[in-house]
Design a protein around this ligand. Structure first.
Ligand code: ARG
Length: 228
């Protein structure tokens, strides 16, 4: 007779940096939550896995994945050629771009106005890359909330970060008098990263992601976090 399937509680070790609401963050009940967390759970459920998170600073995630510390990384991570040299990515699951958060009344109205200004970014992100590509030496923070804090108290003039994160921050903190500038930077696509050559896991993730997109479950998660 058939043995019971006792291996269904296999855990997937997933690296993330939960400082990036609404994608991954720690809520006031100390739970790690967000769009990516729900998406990863739905993917893992479909694959018959549980998820076990390992937290790291964002700029250490790719190296730790390469070192074999996790099976996968979900961290609103943009698929870039640089990163693709070190790790492999699933199919893209979300589009974003870089927005510029400024105080209301700021003279910064376009990306070009950032020149000569103090600009905050999260270390190792595409926000850092676009600032540096403009010849700016940004102030690097471990996490966007720290950069936003410095924007509020005048330590920086602007923060460059992913559009959904800037919009969410503004929406959550209407009394902070922050607004955004769309810098017209290029579109970015998020992917789930796996160790280079781990096609088996990548293919499984892609198959589950496709199922969730086809069934409408992806859309439900999207609506939950971006209420459209
Ligand atoms: N999308 C940007 C990048 O890939 C920022 C991601 C930051 N993610 C995070 N969990 N802190 O560089």
């Amino acid at each position: 007779k058939q043995a019971a399937k006792t291996d269904s509680a296999k855990a997937l070790k997933v690296g993330t940096d939960p400082t990036f609401a609404p994608f991954e963050f720690v809520d006031d009940k100390n739970n790690t939550t967000g769009f990516d967390i729900d998406l990863m759970k739905a993917i893992a459920d479909d694959m018959g896995y549980t998820v076990q998170y390992e937290n790291s600073a964002f700029d250490g995630l790719v190296t730790s994945l390469q070192a074999g510390n996790y099976d996968a990384v979900i961290a609103a991570m943009t698929i870039t050629p640089d990163r693709q040299a070190s790790v492999d990515f699933s199919e893209k699951y979300l589009m974003a771009e870089q927005f510029i958060a400024v105080k209301k009344g700021s003279p910064i109205k376009t990306a070009a106005d950032l020149k000569g200004k103090k600009v905050g970014v999260q270390s190792g992100t595409t926000g850092q890359t676009v600032a540096e590509a403009m010849g700016i030496t940004p102030m690097k923070y471990d996490a966007i909330p720290d950069a936003m804090n410095d924007l509020l108290n005048g330590g920086v003039d602007a923060v460059v970060a992913d559009s959904p994160v800037v919009l969410y921050f503004i929406k959550q903190n209407p009394n902070f008098n922050i607004q955004y500038v769309n810098g017209d930077f290029s579109k970015e696509y998020y992917g789930i990263a796996v160790k280079k050559g781990n096609n088996e896991l990548k293919d499984k993730i892609n198959a589950s992601l496709k199922k969730l997109q086809d069934s409408g479950k992806y859309n439900d998660i999207y609506k939950k976090w971006f209420n459209v």
